[in-house]
Design a protein around this ligand. Structure first.
Ligand code: IMP
Ligand code: MG
Length: 161
C-alpha cells in the first residue's frame, strides 16, 4: 500500500478549502455517507452551517454498479435552502449529479458540490464538482473515509490500494 496524500497535506489543503468556501453562505452542509465522514467533519469544523447526512451505495469491489441506492435521506428539509453537498470522491459523477438533482427537485435554491478527491480523467465522466481538494489519476484509493469493501476507512491518509 503506497501513501498518495499524507495526513499533513490533507489537513493543510482542507483548511485552505474551508477558507475558500467561507465566501459563500450555506444553510446546510450535507455529508454523503459513508465515505465522506472524515473529510466532512474536518471541512465543516468551525463553519457556521447546519449539517445533515445522506447515505448511498453504488460500489461493489472497485467497480460502480451504475445504480445508486439511496439508503437514508430527508430531502424535504432542503426546500428553500442553500446547500453544500460534500462527498469523498467524484469518479464518474453519477453519485453527485443524482443527489444534486434530488435536492434541487426538493426545492433547494442552490446546490454546490464539494469533494476531497476528483478524478478528472474518469471513464464516463458526466459531472464536475464545484470544489475539490485534490485532483488524482484513475487509481483506486483508500483511507480517510474511502473504503475497499468497507475496509480501510479509518486510515488517517490516502493510499493507493
Ligand atoms: P461516482 O458516482 O462514479 O462519481 O463514484 C463516486 C462514489 O464511488 C464515491 O462516493 C465513492 O464511494 C466511490 N469511489 C469512486 N472511486 C473510488 C476510489 O478510488 N476509492 C474508493 N471509493 C471510490
Ligand atoms: Mg461515497
Amino acid at each position: 500500500m503506497q501513501t498518495l496524500i499524507s495526513t499533513a497535506d490533507l489537513q493543510a489543503r482542507i483548511a485552505d478549502l474551508r477558507s475558500e468556501l467561507a465566501k459563500n453562505k450555506y444553510d446546510y452542509a450535507v455529508c454523503v455517507l459513508n465515505g465522506a465522514y472524515q473529510f466532512f467533519s474536518m471541512l465543516t469544523m468551525t463553519m457556521d452551517v447546519n449539517i445533515d447526512f445522506v447515505k448511498v451505495k453504488s460500489y461493489v469491489d472497485t467497480k460502480s454498479t451504475g445504480n445508486l441506492q439511496i439508503l437514508l435521506a430527508d430531502f424535504d428539509k432542503f426546500n428553500g435552502k442553500t446547500v453544500l453537498l460534500v462527498d469523498d470522491i467524484c469518479d464518474s459523477g453519477l453519485t453527485l449529479s443524482s443527489l444534486r438533482n434530488k435536492i434541487i427537485s426538493a426545492g433547494a435554491t442552490s446546490v454546490d458540490t464539494c469533494v476531497l478527491l476528483n478524478k478528472p480523467n474518469a471513464h464516463n465522466k458526466t459531472f464536475e464538482p464545484n470544489y475539490h481538494a485534490f485532483n488524482i489519476g484513475n487509481e483506486f484509493v483508500i483511507g480517510f473515509g474511502l473504503d475497499y469493501n468497507e475496509k480501510y476507512r479509518t486510515l488517517p491518509y490516502i493510499a493507493v490500494l
